[in-house]
Ligand binder design. Sequence first.
Ligand code: KIV
Length: 275
Amino acid sequence: MQINKPILDAVIQQMNAGEKAAMLTCYDATFAKLMELAGIDILLVGDSLGMVLQGADNTLNVSMHHMTYHTKSVAAGAPNTLIIADMPIGSYEHDNEAAYKNAEWLIRSGAHMVKFEGGGTKVDTARYLVEHGIPVCAHLGFTPQSVNQLGGYKIQGKTDESAAQILQDATDMANAGASFILLEMVPAALAKTITETISAPTIGIGAGVDCNGQVLVLQDLLGIYNGPANKNPNEFKSPRFVHNFLKDTDSIQEAVSAYIQAVKDQSFPAKEHSY
Ligand code: KIV
């Protein structure tokens, strides 16, 4: 299987040299091209497309067909940018061979790396994929595919016990060969400890400024996501970590550039975006 290693190695080198990586979600070629031109470091074809594009409450109805379709579109628009594609629910949890086949399908569709949620038993899956040549990003903390088990959109790692578990999972994933550890909605102090402890770079969303990179959903950055399709937009409240970069700029291109700049100079996320 063909992975474009130089694209991946360049971003890892930049993070190891202390430069923060700016990542945004992307689901189509037009935005992919715009963001590549603006200088984004990483594009994430997230299964958040279930909410953002399909109007659902959560990511639980996203399929491999959806993910490969959107990955191809993003790869067409941004041929020179590192692309990470999410493995949707049901595509990696059951056995490593099936996980490999699905991950390989995403890579053939244009991704350079796959992301999946959870630690524990998923560490073995990460090791298997890495040993078979597929770069992996582990998603820990709040894991949207487990929204029902977690009792809603809640910050994770608040107790000593759960913080220790997230640190352990991050360490195990890094030792299994994961290229990045994405931390969602965890206390900034915990994300800092993890970033300082493990060998892999961290990417945060609602995880404070000390991660090695940051990610946001593009439609959140533009201030245009206002909840599931069938719900009243006036009742929707954006999570604390969201910032509308479009409101102080004149174009989408400028908003994306402002986000990249704010990640690099560490003015985003500020304290008010963190837990
Ligand atoms: O699916 C997604 O967009 C994500 C981000 C929220 C990190 O996983």
